[in-house]
Design a protein around this ligand. Structure first.
Ligand SMILES: [Zn+2]
Length: 103
């Protein structure tokens, strides 16, 4: 029996069969959720998001509401999808755009 691995460019092959750890985490900051490398950081540390913003780790954990309801940073989302081998975010039609096509 032959096993073929399909590997996205730049994403390490997973031979363990286990779900690999996520290399990034989402971090709410100033109105948007940014993707940052998943590694231990101390409060007050400066970390760079995938979109290039410099974020300061707060002394207290951000509140779940409303911070975790903020939209994803579009640039972080795009780069996160590239780096983790995920497909691009699908483009949804504008609300009301298909109104004429319905019976
Ligand atoms: Zn960002």
């Amino acid at each position: 029996m032959t096993v073929t691995a399909h590997v996205a460019a730049g994403v390490p092959m997973n031979l363990s069969g286990l779900t690999p750890p996520e290399p990034f985490r989402w971090f709410p900051y100033l109105g948007a959720r940014h993707a940052v490398p998943r590694r231990p950081v101390l409060p007050g540390a400066q970390i760079e998001s995938l979109c290039g913003d410099e974020l300061i780790v707060p002394n207290v954990e951000p509140p779940k509401y409303p911070d975790w309801l903020w939209p994803e940073c579009a640039a972080c989302d795009s780069r996160w999808r590239e780096k983790t081998g995920r497909s691009k975010r699908p483009q949804l039609p504008a609300p009301g755009g298909a109104r004429g096509a319905r019976p």
